[in-house]
Design a protein around this ligand. Structure first.
Ligand code: SAM
Length: 281
């Protein structure tokens, strides 16, 4: 019997049984593996780090998309950096007000792969006329694009390999540059219990660039070590305190049907456990 072992954290390795190997190979940028597991369904890992799974992807994708989009309330142009599996794109496109969703992915093979094997995650998001895919480094795009985005979602790998650039001060500065006035930046910021330094450094960089920064959390079973953190940066503190009735009205208006996200979960996600608040103080 074969097992997949994730070696992201030096003192904590997660093992998932490979019930059926669907693909194992190497792209220009990273090693890819896709397999089926009894608990998680199809599992995608890049460079031996789990990226997404069929069974729990809804938690991660709903929380990293609907929280900023519903807090903003009028986003038309959205940038997703990374996100080649298409799960984030699918959630973003559920908002009828979004007229353009730009996805900047460094590795075209992840997108091809998602279209072939991960339709349960990406649906037909890549075929949506509002989708604009750019194959490029997210750092370079954010530094050079003439576009201004209402919401930027950083759906990156962890800060190893090509994802490292997406945790740099330079990158956050570039995001600030291409964020429209009133915009919101959110980031995949790992599991603070085991990746506390990563969260601390990201928030430190964001703090020097934006008037209001924090993180919010959700528990995603495939990302081991406790709840994960999503970085949040904007210039308007009231955006993260959007009242419950306003959020509920926006959910109804958008016709959103979610499995994890609710307006109450949205608000509660910003209540930080002490050890996480200490990390980002
Ligand atoms: N949900 C995932 C997680 O939490 O680990 C992330 C999923 S998504 C597959 C991450 C994507 O980021 C990968 O497809 C990877 O190729 C892409 N990526 C990594 N570094 C990048 C960069 N510098 N610019 C654009 N995309 C990048």
């Amino acid at each position: 019997m074969d097992w997949f072992e994730e070696t992201l954290h030096p003192g904590l390795h997660a093992r998932l049984r490979i019930d059926k190997l669907l693909y194992r190979g190497e792209s220009e940028h990273q090693r890819l593996i896709l397999f089926e597991n009894a608990e998680f369904g199809r599992v995608l890992a890049l460079n031996d780090v789990i990226q997404t799974t069929e069974r729990d992807e809804f938690i991660y994708h709903e929380m990293l998309s609907h929280v900023p989009l519903l807090a903003h309330g009028g986003a038309r142009k959205v940038l997703i950096v990374g996100g080649g599996d298409g799960g984030m794109l699918e959630e973003v496109l559920k908002h009828p007000g979004v007229c353009r969703a730009t996805l900047v992915e460094i590795d075209a093979s992840v997108i091809d792969f998602a279209k072939q094997y991960l339709r349960a995650i990406c649906g037909d998001a890549f075929e949506d006329p509002r989708t604009h895919v750019i194959i490029a480094d997210g750092l370079v795009h954010a530094q050079t694009t003439p576009d201004r985005y209402d919401v930027i979602i950083v759906d990156s790998t962890d800060p190893v390999g090509p994802g490292e650039a997406l945790f740099s001060d330079q990158f956050y500065r570039a995001c600030r540059r291409c964020l429209a006035p009133g915009g919101i930046l959110v980031t995949q910021n790992g599991v603070p219990f085991v990746q506390g330094d990563e969260l601390r450094q990201s928030l430190l960089a964001m703090k020097s660039l934006f008037a209001d920064t924090t993180c919010y959390t959700a528990c995603v079973p495939a990302y081991v070590g406790g709840c994960m953190a999503f970085g949040w940066a904007s210039d308007h503190a009231e955006l993260r305190a959007t009242p419950l009735p306003v959020l509920a009205a926006r959910v109804t208006k958008a016709g959103l049907d979610t499995r994890y996200y609710t307006p109450a979960v949205h608000q509660a996600a910003f209540a930080l456990p002490g050890y996480i608040a200490d990390l980002i103080e």
